[in-house]
Design a protein around this ligand. Sequence first.
Ligand code: GUE
Length: 307
Amino acid sequence: MSAQPTSAHLIDGKAFSAALVDRVAAAAARLEAEHGVKPGLAVVIVGEDPASQLYVRNKGETTVKAGMRSDTHRLPDTTTQDELLALIATLNADDGIHGILVQLPLPKAIDSAAVLDAISPDKDVDGFHVVNAGRLAVGLPGMVPCTPLGSLMMLKDQLGDLTGLNAVIVGRSNIVGKPMAQLLLGESCTVTVAHSKTRDLPGLCRTADILVAAVGRPEMIKGDWIKPGATVIDVGINRVPSADPVKAAEGKTRVVGDVAFKEAVEVAGRITPVPGGVGPMTIACLLANTYSAACRANNIQPEPLDA
Ligand SMILES: Nc1nc(=O)c2c([nH]1)NC[C@@H]1CN(c3ccc(C(=O)N[C@@H](CCC(=O)O)C(=O)O)cc3)C=[N+]21
């Protein structure tokens, strides 16, 4: 018997996000036509971080496509915490702005927690405010962080009902790992959150029907850590030197995930590629959150945006 080469189904985050952006755009157009409300998103960037630049570029294009107002505030990395807090206070009070995103990471001299805490929870389209984290933890409606929200949408689209599935999340960050765990618990998965101190991480990962990789280490999760047929969501966006040594010497880079894709694709049932997987969904969900924030600010029931 010769082994049949198999390959996982690729979950197309680019197509999925384009369809979601189309639904947000249609809903936003109706909101404006029927209620005179145009959703507005303010993005604040302090200093120059390469990962942030990439995100801002993609997001800018998509926000315009969805027919929303998008203001970008670019501040020098010498900006003080008080100056940043003053800008947030202005944006909190601006009725034309429904969503505020302060790009992370912030310069070291600024206390990120204090800044995130200053954003009105109702305008917190990142879902990073402790009030929104608390709402998610106790199952109240609130703003859900974009990356886990987009990942969950793709999982439900691929698998339908997630009840009873074993989900392993590698990474315990406040912006991905923890909210992802809450969302999957809400879908009645059995959830394990793994991290750098976890014993026998490969063995634990092999128990996962759903494996979410959110560690920020390029290609850390190997093919033989994956249960055959499992669904793999790769949240990592890591810039590494080009695979071509000549190009690498010229300083060329490429983007890889937290999963060793070439190995994983032979074992998994379904997998998100990087790029073109979770990243585009993060941006689409940011627009979806901005749309629903604009509705709630005006006591309007948002239209459902799921597929
Ligand atoms: N307050 C805050 N909220 C964020 O959500 C946030 C942030 N700060 N700081 C920076 C990170 C990074 N981030 C990305 C989202 C999508 C892509 C994305 O769409 N990537 C594409 C293109 C990748 C490529 O080709 O280089 C993809 O994965 O296919 C990238 C990066 C959001 N972040």
